[in-house]
Write a protein that binds this ligand. Structure first.
Ligand code: BGC
Length: 390
């Protein structure tokens, strides 16, 4: 009996030690992949759960940190978790937020498999905000906040139009391009692609721009879209695909442009090009998005051609304002965000209902205005220095 009591006491001690350990590791900053952190002034304040999809694309760490800090500055407790691009992991994290009594959950989802966790939230009367990525196939939530993603794609198309001077190109000397898309599990990837192709298709039809490799005219051509898509936005997949293109379909041409859907993939594609003698002195015009510090440095140095600056600090602030107003049952009014209507209404279409979609505006960045994100305090001095920006 004595032995059992002793064992029990030891277990209790280990348990409380582990609990203190968890609290400690969670008390500052954001957590590493798959774990969550929380802080706030009092345990009686309302909890907001923040579920971010992944850490391998830099922006999400920034988003998670900004969301947490805005939530706390409005008096909430905030827990952040990163899903490691694994929906099962993210669903468990959302489940934990519910167990911990969250009143609202802001979700940048991994893929459509999130809908079961969203259904659980609805059952508990917890408000879900789809953050940056729409949650398709669900009627269990009402709000979505994002950037105008079709416009992001249009900017990428315009970058290529400008970089190749397509307006002056002729069918006798057509320019060449190869196409990449983002993850087929992410609804945004379709908007980005369709936005870009809305600018590029007319040039392809005129014969002044030739596609090397698969050519889905729009994302609706699923078979070809799958061939150019990059599962889970993984840079190694894009790099390998670029290497294969260079050794096969693009072997006998010099590519003038590559449509790359974000900065992480753009840099992987550039890396593959730089390993090919044809491109060591002149790279193709490569697009991007996210204005990551490394890509802004690359643009300034004349490698990557353009990026799209989506001020995710503003997105995070807007999402917290939205959560605050929903939780307090107030009228919704988010400075800097516009409610999608008319031809943009489809942005909020989950396939099961049309949720209210609030949109922020992206900014096209080239060598001419690379300082815009720096002036917006989007980078710390340290990040800038690390990437060689002076
Ligand atoms: C986001 C992009 C990001 C990509 C990969 C998209 O849903 O809108 O900003 O680069 O996911 O994480």
């Amino acid at each position: 009996m004595k032995k059992i009591v002793l064992q029990f006491l030891v277990m209790m001690a280990i348990g409380s030690f582990a609990f203190v350990g968890c609290q400690k590791s969670g008390s500052g900053g954001t957590s590493s992949t798959g774990t969550s952190t929380s802080s706030g002034d009092s345990s009686s304040s309302t909890l907001i759960g923040i579920a971010m999809p992944e850490t391998h694309v830099q922006r999400w760490q920034k988003d998670g940190a900004a969301l947490k800090s805005y939530a706390e500055s409005r008096g909430y407790r905030a827990e952040v978790a990163y899903g490691d691009a694994d929906q099962a992991v993210q669903n468990r994290q959302i489940g934990n937020f519910l167990t911990n009594g969250a009143k609202a959950i802001i979700i940048g989802s991994v893929n459509e498999g999130v809908i079961s966790a969203v259904a659980d939230a609805a059952q508990d009367k917890v408000q879900v905000i789809a953050y940056d990525r729409i949650i398709s196939g669900s009627a269990d939530y009402d709000y979505y906040i994002t950037f105008n993603n079709f416009k992001v794609g249009q900017f990428q198309g315009q970058g290529i139009e400008q970089g190749l001077n397509l307006k002056a190109a002729t069918a006798d000397a057509p320019k060449t391009i190869t196409l990449f898309a983002g993850s087929p599990t992410d609804g945004n990837a379709f908007f980005f692609y369709d936005g870009a192709m809305s600018v590029l298709n007319p040039y392809i039809e005129q014969g002044v721009l030739k596609v090397v490799g698969p050519y889905p005219q729009t994302s609706k051509d699923s078979a070809n879209f799958q061939r150019i898509a990059t599962e889970n936005w993984q840079a190694p997949i894009a790099k390998t695909r670029m290497e294969n293109l260079l050794n096969n379909d693009a072997k006998d041409v010099v590519l003038d442009a590559v449509l790359a859907p974000n900065d992480t993939l753009a840099r992987a594609i550039i890396e593959a090009c730089l390993a090919d003698a044809k491109y060591t002195s002149k790279l193709p015009v490569v697009t991007g998005q996210d204005a990551e510090a490394a890509s802004t440095a690359s643009i300034k140095n004349g490698q990557q051609y353009m990026t799209v600056f989506k001020d995710t600090t503003k997105l995070a602030e807007a999402a917290v304002i939205l959560a605050d107003q929903i939780v307090k049952l107030q009228a919704i009014n988010i400075p800097g965000a516009t409610l999608a209507s008319e031809d943009l209404l489809s942005i909020g279409d989950t396939g099961k209902k049309v949720v209210k979609a609030y949109l922020l505006e992206p900014i096209l960045i080239t060598k001419d205005n690379w300082k815009v994100p720096v002036d917006a305090n989007f980078y710390t001095t340290e990040e800038i220095t690390t990437n060689g920006l002076k």
